[in-house]
Design a protein around this ligand. Structure first.
Ligand code: ADP
Ligand code: MG
Length: 145
């Protein structure tokens, strides 16, 4: 599935639409540069799950968790990890065991650990324009803007 969004709000709406299709244990592996809109999309995921907390970037914390929705949402930033070998040090397995949805920025750094994940690529086309591609085993046909 491929969409073009024209504002952060539209990107969030797409995230919220995807959230309706997610179940605990699902992993979203983001692709896309700094400032593309990965965190904006995650804000939508959180909203779609019914989370009440404000979503902020996990750049300094590596993972932020949002527990007020219909299932936990773990938002990771793997920028500072060298490889999947570093995942043990951040409690990745523990969070998976807690039955949440994991949304992973800089998933490229831990690619080996994310086989079977739903890939969400966010590409900057212009100041407010983004191309968002979602690929995975899930039936995504229900998603619309
Ligand atoms: P990332 O997490 O990929 O580094 P962020 O979501 O933190 O990116 O930031 C995206 C930036 O791009 C924000 O400043 C946002 O306002 C801006 N922006 C402009 N247009 C869009 C759009 N269509 N979708 C998402 N973000 C957009
Ligand atoms: Mg981000």
């Amino acid at each position: 599935m491929e969409f073009i969004t024209h504002s952060p709000e539209e990107t969030e709406a797409l995230g919220a639409a995807l959230a309706k299709l997610l179940v605990p244990g699902d992993i979203i592996a983001y692709r896309g540069d700094l400032g593309a809109g990965k965190t904006a999309f995650t804000r939508g995921l959180a909203r779609g799950l019914g989370c009440k907390e404000a979503v902020t970037s996990p750049t300094y914390t590596i993972v932020n968790e949002y527990l007020s929705g219909r299932c936990p949402l773990f938002h990771f930033d793997m920028y500072r990890l060298a490889s999947a070998d570093d995942l043990w040090s951040i409690g990745w397995e523990d969070d998976l065991d807690r039955g949440g949805i994991c949304a992973v920025e800089w998933s490229e750094n831990v690619e080996e650990a994310l086989e079977g994940a739903l890939t969400v690529s966010v590409e900057t086309l212009g100041p407010d324009t983004r191309r968002i591609r979602m690929e995975g085993e899930k039936d995504l046909a229900a998603i619309s803007l």
